[in-house]
Design a protein around this ligand. Sequence first.
Ligand code: PHE
Length: 342
Amino acid sequence: MPQTPAHQEQLDAVAHAVDRASRADAATLAQLKTEILGRKAGTLTLILRSLAGLPSEERRAIGARANQLKRALEEAIAQRELALQQEARAPKALDWTMPSRPVWRGAVHPVNAVTDEICEVFRTLGFTRVTGPEAETEDYNFTKLNIGLDHPAADEHDTFYLGPGVLLRTHTSPMQARVMEQYQPPIRIVVPGRVYRRDAFDPSHSPVFEQIEGLAVDEGISFVDFKAAIDTFVKLFFSRDTAVRFRPSFFPFTEPSAEVDAQCQMCRGSGCSTCKQTGWLEIMGAGMVHPAVFENCGIDPERYTGYAFGMGVERIAMLRHGIPDIRLLWENDMRLLSQFSE
Ligand code: PHE
């Protein structure tokens, strides 16, 4: 039987398979193995099987070529399989164009930063920073501060009660009593901390907020010393040209009592929406310590006098940073907080 064009076609197909094997993926390699080398119907198997019926010259020529192609194909498949295995194990190439993930750095919350700043100003004036419990007794929160339990502030309406006689402090003033009970004058303290009131959230109210209490008790402290200390604080904290004014007010634990206004930082006193066109912003309640409070805490009101003040930290932080809504300070939104990281 002469060499048929069919033999030539089949040998060409095998040569083509050798070529494909060097670039094939795993699935194609498996497919080539059965199609070309398969024991039953592989192209090469069929060629070799048909050799027996060929004249000896052709048998030798086709047989040699077929065996040569078989080795070449087996070699190509083995090499490619190895290459694919190594590729799978190799580390992935770096994509230099991939955007990096943001790295969040911690930041001091604006309210804590302002608390630290205020306490630092008072430190330079001789005040020590102390803290106290947020869960308080009626006694410290009200009674010792000369606030009768029938006073509107003591009304359950404003206060979160935790149990009979126990509540979340509505101001930091109970620390006045705790410190005066424990230490004899001279006393100069500032007390930062959280306080709680049954108020709904709105742009200027939050049921939890931060206050800083101040207390100075010594022999011979007068109203002039009180005004000088507050005026010095405002000028050190805001700026040397910020005016201060004292308006008469009432607190059961101070006499006389005052509300302290600082010149509006937004409009420098000319009137704007922040100060409701008044040019002034209230920054604290204050006054001379009431003799009844001294007596309640075991300090001789004949010998000692003093002043106390309490300020809302959020208001001051909002003023300092132009933040229009107190709720922004409690939402922990990274878009706000990240502006305060260094
Ligand atoms: N405790 C008062 C308040 O929360 C503020 C204050 C403190 C007033 C000290 C006078 C003296 O409103």
